[in-house]
Design a protein around this ligand. Structure first.
Ligand code: SF4
Ligand code: SF4
Length: 248
């Protein structure tokens, strides 16, 4: 079994905004692209165009239909899922070889593939489904928080962020030190009421999720509200034609 280091002051992680994630998978694809070319080695894909494709993805995006509840209308919720770099990760403590470890300096959870024997205990222990086994290489893989980007002095400073954060077109992903209460990510979590995933398990995830903002119901006008009546004659000719076309 593998020991955990004492809690680090620096806790690098992600803040994911479920309000603005549009489920486009850009983060997942950027992650796959970077980690197929970086020092983590290829994220394998087997039978990619066949009936049962399997492969390694560090980041997966799930989409759910959420039913209407009280005054909230039904909505589609997109949920990106990757390693949460937990403070007390069972995936590390169950590892019999020391292959899974948590870094003392910044809290990132990594796998040393040279020590991994592919026993999969860590994937059984992780309740978030964040471990990915490579059938091709026979070792466990996981999100590295792009440790080979964020400290990489060979790339421009503004690019020293996880690939998923850089790629997100809606800026739904944020990266920073969640151990520093004054960091931009900590202030964002405080302002938006960020939450841990399944805190009752006691793994203390570092990554945080920002809940969706309340939606306005589409039909919330009171019955007494005056009806809006369009005076077509007051519209310019083009809009008059458009109004007629759309009213058919
Ligand atoms: Fe380990 Fe899973 Fe936590 Fe990541 S999310 S640190 S793999 S327990
Ligand atoms: Fe450790 Fe590898 Fe076994 Fe996971 S699969 S518990 S990293 S030896």
């Amino acid at each position: 079994m593998t020991d955990l280091p004492p809690p680090s002051a620096r806790k690098l992680g992600l803040v994911i905004d479920l309000d603005t994630c549009v489920g486009c998978h850009a983060c997942a694809v950027a992650c796959k692209e970077w980690n197929s070319g970086g020092i983590s080695g290829p994220l394998t894909d087997e039978n990619p165009y066949g009936k049962d494709p399997i492969g390694v993805w560090f980041n997966r995006v799930h989409s759910y239909e959420v039913e209407a509840l009280d005054d909230q209308p039904a909505m589609t919720l997109h949920f990106p899922r990757s390693c949460l770099h937990c403070e007390t990760p069972a995936c590390v403590s169950v590892c019999p070889t020391g292959a899974s470890y948590k870094r003392a300096e910044d809290g990132i959870v990594l796998v040393d593939e040279d020590k991994c024997i592919g026993c999969k205990l860590c994937s059984w222990a992780c309740p978030y489904g964040a471990r990915e086994y490579s059938e091709v290489e026979g070792v466990m893989k996981k999100c590295t928080l792009c440790v080979d980007r964020i400290y990489n002095e060979n790339i421009p400073e503004q690019s020293r962020q996880p690939a998923c954060v850089q790629a997100c077109p809606t800026r739904a992903r944020h990266f920073g030190d969640l151990g520093d209460p004054d960091s931009a990510v900590s202030l964002l979590v405080a302002a938006r009421g960020g939450v841990d995933l399944m805190p009752e398990l006691g793994y203390a995830p570092v990554n945080q999720y920002l809940p969706p903002r309340p939606r306005r119901a589409g039909s919330s006008l009171p019955a007494s509200a005056p009806k809006e009546i369009l005076d077509e004659q007051q519209l310019p000719p083009l809009l008059r034609w458009l109004d007629r076309a759309l009213s058919r």
